[in-house]
Design a protein around this ligand. Sequence first.
Ligand SMILES: Cc1cc2nc3c(=O)[nH]c(=O)nc-3n(C[C@H](O)[C@H](O)[C@H](O)COP(=O)(O)OP(=O)(O)OC[C@H]3O[C@@H](n4cnc5c(N)ncnc54)[C@H](O)[C@@H]3O)c2cc1C
Length: 320
Amino acid sequence: MSEQEGSDKIYDVVIIGGGPAGLTAGIYAMRAAMKTVLVEGASSVSQISTTDAIENYPGLAGTNGLDLVAIFKKQAVDLGLEIIPDDVSAIRWLASGGTDRWEVFVGDQSYKSLSVIYATGANWRRLGVIGEDNFVGRGVSFCATCDAPMFKNKEVAVVGGGDTAIQEALYLTRFVKKVTVIHRRNRLRATAILQQRAFSNDKIEFLWDSVVEEIQGQNMVQGVRVHNLKTGEDTILPVNGVFVFIGLNPNTGMLHKLIDLDEGGYIKVNANMESSARGFFAAGDCVAKRLRQVVTACGDGANAAYSAQLYVEDIKGEAY
Ligand SMILES: Cc1cc2nc3c(=O)[nH]c(=O)nc-3n(C[C@H](O)[C@H](O)[C@H](O)COP(=O)(O)OP(=O)(O)OC[C@H]3O[C@@H](n4cnc5c(N)ncnc54)[C@H](O)[C@@H]3O)c2cc1C
């Protein structure tokens, strides 16, 4: 790749991602008077902007995702944060004799920086069936922790057979009338203890050897067409919600040769959000951790920005 000069400026930090993690990092970096630019992404949006109601973000119960991201963004912009509405296509480490730095490529521009905060989130793996995209936020969900209360006393389907699917099915039973777990095999992949809990829960039923082929409804989800892989039979299962738990894909494709990722492609970080590479910090859903929520993404973003601040001050000989 030829080096292109988008900006002669050397930034203290380039933040990649305009979701809760990236924007929180932006707020902290601006308040620390760091020379900062945030690339927010153009071909994707923050996952949280796809949901109608967030009830578990402290202090703002009942807001919708789009509004929440707008509030974060306004706060960052009011502090003077420069935001580029584009995608990062590549990142490289420049060890060129002088001060080591990163170069972040955006379209035909590149941004050089002493540090990077990577906060590109993750994408829930989708079923790829008819109706799925149309009903996201209107019955199709990828997050029981977030959306379960909206299905109080209703019937829902959970798609998947791993730990997450079964954990989330169990969680859903606290709210819904009935959960049907639809799994493509004839047994679960989830750990034994979760299986035992699910099998002994009266609210959970199983459809084995089955796949969802279509999600149906008018304004909201009303049912799914389920195909039995053994018998070849199609049936309509009437449900108000479909929770899809067939895995997450972290948006870390461009990092494979740069920093250490776990087997799922998540960025390995320590408690200070430092990755395996000097000056490269990560935050939010793209890091290896247990709970992927707005509140944890914000916490990661704040920690990553503070670590980047200390790192940059150290390089500049400004450590306090
Ligand atoms: C339907 C749904 C409902 C949810 N409900 C809740 C809820 O009620 N409560 C809750 O706490 N959590 C909820 N979550 C989880 C929550 O959305 C995530 O935990 C949170 O958004 C993670 O924040 P993040 O900043 O790490 O990633 P994201 O919010 O996904 O943001 C990632 C950002 O990176 C950008 N990006 C991606 N690739 C690039 C690139 N190459 N270059 C530049 N930018 C890029 C994207 O455009 C986006 O701006 C929900 C998730 C979903 C999908």
